[in-house]
Design a protein around this ligand. Sequence first.
Ligand SMILES: Nc1nc2c(ncn2[C@@H]2O[C@H](COP(=O)(O)OP(=O)(O)OP(=O)(O)O)[C@@H](O)[C@H]2O)c(=O)[nH]1
Length: 359
Amino acid sequence: MKVALVGVGQAGGKVTEAIAAFDDQMDFGAVRGALAVNSAQADLRSLSLDTVLVGQDRVNGHGVGGDNELGAEVMQADANQVMSSLDGRITAEAEAIVVVAGLGGGTGSGGAPVLARELSKVYSVPVYALGILPGRDEGSLYQANAGRSLKTLTREADATLLIDNDAWHDAGESVEGAFDAINQEIARRVGLLLASGEAVEGVGESVVDSSEVINTLRDGGVAALGYASAAASDDSADNINTVTSTARKALFTGTSLPDATTADAALLVVAGKPEAIPRKGVERARRMVEDETGSLQVRGGDFPLQSDQLAALVLLGGVERSDRIDEFMQRAREAQKAENEPERDPTEQFQNDELDGLF
Ligand SMILES: Nc1nc2c(ncn2[C@@H]2O[C@H](COP(=O)(O)OP(=O)(O)OP(=O)(O)O)[C@@H](O)[C@H]2O)c(=O)[nH]1
């Protein structure tokens, strides 16, 4: 899937840079343009991307200091400048635009939903968000910011792929210390997903197409992405168990949103040498994803890739019913000192008034 990436805020810029670098290093060509937007000049300087500084008249290049309402305001005020910088990058070949941001800070948290809304007004391709949730140990401002931002993002973006900052760091290691490693994990997963619809080597019926990514995300809401890989034999018959166990790992331990397995739709992509991918294994893995997610809409496809490994990518659409989201929204509400509320359907938590949206 050919995309243009827009990173907003510090985390947004760094993750965008990591995804673009992975795509370039693998020679995939799925990332057709990348831009970083921030209200903090210093954060933009360290990036090897084209950049736009917003809010200069309000914060003089110093960032919004975690104030996401201010982040939304400065993005709104300078939206035209950002949109015109994006003009040349969102060419006719872009199949989607991805707005990338850490949801806990100020610029990305406030700016990403504004930008998603502005982009949706102008472009007919889907506008997705890639949002990073603060880890449990991050402060309450981060949690409250992320709750409000997520609520608004899920409304403004066509779908929001969530990455939990607690997903891939080792016990005892601080989230901050793990950023580079987490960003690499994000880049590998997202980079492979985007490239999977771009397969050039081998064009069989079973090869995944970018329309399958778009269809999996069609109902909007929150999405998650799992990944795992294992050494493979050259003979596909020996790889049946490898495919099923790798898909299981991708779903249960390799996911961007731990414990989010109940989904409305899913896409299972198996990457590896075409002759090493066993049809029987892929079919079994697809059924396993169906059983575990409870979704009847599980798509599947191959991603031909010259590698000694077999990898499984599992994209889940509509995971907002998961315990993990429920737990996070609860944390965000508590952080915002909201009143205790009665039990209700978790899917409604993006619609009710108990946690303010951003706009
Ligand atoms: N995965 C990941 N998360 C990050 C990174 N940098 C910051 N974060 C997370 O992002 C949130 C903070 O957002 P930032 O992007 O630093 O803030 P900002 O959007 O630039 O906003 P201001 O600094 O307030 O102007 C926190 O939850 C951090 O844990 C990173 O490189 N990788």
